[in-house]
Design a protein around this ligand. Structure first.
Ligand code: LMR
Length: 399
């Protein structure tokens, strides 16, 4: 027997929150756990442009024949354009390959496997805090991982200087996982000047950026949020970008993601891409079609793309509004609670500067579900539940 030596592992900390939320019977329960956008009615609706594209595909799709390990070529071209812009010098130089992947996670996994093939003793630097799956993927692939200081969850402060100090310990060829925008879990992003400084530093030290961008459009806009990927892909010879359409197309379960590889020359890029494709073939052979076909149709049609961009703008504005309202209500209900920073941060996530006991009290006494670390999904707030939530948080300060 070989299936008898294991002990049970716990749930992923994010998925655990969803399980707890589903099991809760309190009619006032609020889900601020998993990173899923909810509209003003608290629903994760299908975008109008996605419905239109799906209808188009039902009528016009002619075959379900295999694609290839690289996936849908139209999709890959559109992903590249959205990330890097049409006229990016690295694209013109033939140094870029995009491969469709099952979700952003699939992209990270392929990227990590590729790093392992290129340089098995590479150290992967991961922000503290981060999305917990970054560590799980590094472990699965067998890459060494080190944490760099990024954000003080107790004070609600971005630690730029500390981060740069930690990068000073990295050696040439190390890979640094960076969140392209809307840092998951802190919502604290680098300014353009900080990104520029980091790019110069990384080039001097021969460090390789692996940019995870899963929330493009949720900070300041589709093109604005691509600043780091565009600039780094121009300034540095080698870059990896894992991207996802789960959030900005609200196609969570359709697993439309990608890995984009930037190599130092067009010849090397061809060789590198061939290894990535071999990795895909050995893991899942080729990616699922539907999500990517929908995205390719929307991005490939000028009018539909414009309509989709508006839908993203609406999602972003709603989350920003909830951030502002939360900060205002907390300032009114518990003047010394210090949540002003929530209105300044980007994307879905922020940390509530609360003690572990206070967080557990919100979960247990009020059925407000969030990660035990205090990470909350601000997109789970609505005008219907925000008073319930801010009253509960304020009660922690006013006892
Ligand atoms: C999250 O961080 O909540 C999302 O990215 C969903 C996930 O897969 O963990």
């Amino acid at each position: 027997m070989i299936f008898s030596g294991l002990s049970e592992v716990g749930d992923d900390p994010i998925l655990l929150v969803s399980t707890m939320y589903r099991a809760c019977t309190n009619p006032n329960k609020v889900d601020l756990g998993v990173g899923v956008y909810k509209n003003a009615a608290g629903e994760t609706a299908i975008l109008k442009t996605v419905k239109k594209a799906e209808q188009y595909l039902v009528t016009n799709q002619k075959t379900k024949e295999y694609l290839s390990p690289a996936g849908n070529p139209d999709y890959n071209r559109e992903v590249q354009k959205l990330l890097l812009g049409e006229m990016h010098p690295a694209i013109k130089q033939g140094r870029v390959t995009t491969i469709q992947a099952p979700g952003g996670t699939g992209g990270i996994r392929i990227g990590a496997d590729f790093i392992k093939i290129c340089k098995p003793d590479t150290t992967l630097w991961i922000s503290d805090p981060t999305w917990p799956n970054h560590h799980s993927i590094a472990r699965s692939v067998g890459l060494k991982a080190k944490s760099y200081r990024y954000y003080d969850t107790k004070k609600g402060e971005f630690l730029y200087d500390e981060m740069m100090e930690d990068f000073g310990q990295a050696t040439a060829g190390d890979v640094i996982i960076l969140h392209g925008c809307c840092h998951n879990a802190s919502g604290a992003d680098l300014t353009k000047e900080q990104w520029d400084e980091l790019a110069v530093f990384m080039k001097e030290r021969a460090l390789v950026p692996f940019i995870d961008i899963a929330y493009q459009g949720f900070a300041n806009g589709i093109d604005e949020d691509a600043y780091a990927v565009r600039m780094m892909s121009e300034k540095l010879p080698e870059v990896l970008i894992a991207s996802s359409f789960s959030k900005n197309f609200a196609m969570y379960r359709d697993r439309a993601g990608a890995i984009t590889l930037v190599s130092s020359s067009d010849e090397l890029n061809k060789i590198n891409a061939s290894h990535m494709l071999m990795t895909v073939r050995s893991i899942y052979s080729m990616p699922p079609d539907h999500g990517a076909a929908v995205v390719a149709h929307i991005l490939g049609d000028k009018e539909l793309q414009a309509e989709w961009r508006k839908e993203v703008d609406e999602m972003r504005s709603r989350v920003k509004k909830m951030r502002r309202l939360f900060a205002e209500k907390m300032a009114a209900k518990a003047p010394n609670s210090g949540f002003g920073y929530i209105a300044e941060q980007n994307g879905m996530f922020s940390f509530l500067t609360l003690t572990p006991e206070q967080i557990q009290s919100l979960i247990k006494d009020h059925s407000i579900f969030m990660m035990a670390s205090g990470r909350v999904n601000m997109a789970g707030l609505t005008e219907d539940n925000i008073d319930y939530v801010t009253d509960a948080v304020a009660s922690l300060f006013n006892t």
